[in-house]
Design a protein around this ligand. Structure first.
Ligand code: GMT
Length: 379
């Protein structure tokens, strides 16, 4: 089967899911074509079944904004024509599902067509997709998809509530390859903390929706009771909030380390004691699942689909969005009780195994097969 994957190349969750999915399919001999503005961050291009097609946006002095969506649909059209793809899979409705629909219209003019799968990832529905500037186009392109998948029950519910969707939405959750985590992949704990210190960690693209200020406040409370370090991995618009916080609290400068975008994410998660995810919104929380796969319990806000992954009192704790005091209390409780911490680490790993790639990949494969069969049956 030849699949075209349309996704963001950056470190956001939708791009990561799309990339990991495509790479896993390629290992099973699918021919996978990535179409994106840049090489996706985690894409291993050395697999001969993976091809990458860069969308080239041609600038012109007249253009106030670069017409990425037009260049994208032209590239989709070309790739489908050149390689005879069987199916397109758009990750994130804006602009991928919309551009795929346009490409399909162009192909139809030549008597060609192929089915489109759209996976809804979160902010395309809960945040940006609801803006009046995008809402109608998002709703339209979702409805034009042959199959729609959502990464959690919660996101499915939100989609049906916010949009007039005429098709069934299938939930296929985020997944993790647990085989990438073992004792040999962990880095040296001493690189980041003294033996008597605990490690708190936050990983995100530091957008406002991640509420990094809450991460810092929680850490400030925790470190006043428990010797600890905070590691922050990622880059984004709210990096300055961290610098400002450290300016206001210089005593914490030596305790907080901002590591930026790094490729050793999994090895650092493995030496961490607790993962903080106080997001405003999280359709699933792939970052929490990655932490759990590294046996790291999660303290998160109770929003969106996080409670489908992080089980309160078992794999970590959940509290209301912005309830820094309760989250700090949970962190102190967990980090000061070695037995509880040990048990939650075991539980977190068990939970991550439920979302293992081996369980979720067949769901995607079955959905592709059915989508193609239904599509061909219509002709
Ligand atoms: O979380 C982000 O800011 C990135 C965003 C994306 O679409 O790139 O992630 C969303 O998709 C992930 C993969 O499906 C989910 O695990 C994240 O929960 C979701 N983020 C939000 O809903 C805020």
């Amino acid at each position: 089967m030849k699949i075209g994957i349309l996704c963001y190349p950056t470190y956001g969750g939708s791009g990561i899911v799309a990339t990991e999915l495509g790479m896993s399919l390629a290992k099973k001999s699918y021919e996978v074509h990535f179409i994106s503005s840049n090489l996706p961050a985690r894409l291993d291009i050395t697999n001969p079944n993976i091809l990458f097609h860069k969308v080239n946006v041609q600038s012109y002095p007249l253009f106030q904004y670069e017409p990425y969506d037009i260049a994208l649909s032209s590239m989709i059209y070309r790739v489908v024509n050149f390689y005879n793809l069987d199916l397109l899979h758009a990750h994130y409705a804006i602009p991928y599902a919309y551009a795929a629909f346009t490409a399909k219209q162009m192909l139809k003019e030549e008597g060609k067509d192929l089915p489109l799968v759209t996976t809804l990832h979160g902010t395309d529905i809960t945040l940006v997709g609801q803006h009046p500037s995008y809402k109608h186009a998002v709703e339209f392109s979702i409805n034009q998809s042959n199959s729609i998948t959502s990464v959690s029950e919660s996101l499915k519910k939100d989609t049906l509530q916010f949009f007039n969707i005429k098709k069934e939405i299938q939930v296929i959750t985020n997944f993790i390859d647990n085989s990438e985590f073992n004792e040999n992949t962990a880095c040296q704990r001493l690189q980041f903390a003294q033996p008597d210190e605990k490690i708190l960690i936050h990983v995100s693209n530091l957008r406002p929706v991640k509420r990094v200020q809450n991460v810092l406040q929680i850490f400030k409370n925790v470190q006043s009771k428990i010797k600890s370090k905070l590691l922050i991995i990622g880059e984004g618009p709210d990096t300055e909030i961290i610098n400002q916080f450290l300016e206001e609290h210089p005593e914490l400068i030596s305790k907080v380390r901002l590591l930026g975008k790094i490729s050793e994410l999994y090895s650092i998660l493995q030496i961490s004691d607790v993962f903080l995810l106080p997001s405003e919104q999280e359709s699933f929380g792939l970052a929490a699942l990655e932490a759990m796969a590294a046996s790291t319990p999660v303290i998160s806000s109770d929003t969106g689909g996080i409670s489908e992954v992080n089980i309160h009192g078992e794999t970590g704790f959940l509290a209301k969005i912005g309830d820094v005091e309760t989250m700090s209390h949970f962190a102190v409780t967990l980090l000061s009780d070695e037995n509880l911490l040990k048990q939650m680490k075991i539980n977190a790993k068990k939970q991550a195994l439920k979302f293992d790639l081996q369980n979720i990949l067949p769901e995607y494969e079955k959905m592709y097969q059915k989508t193609i069969e239904d599509f061909r049956g219509e002709f």
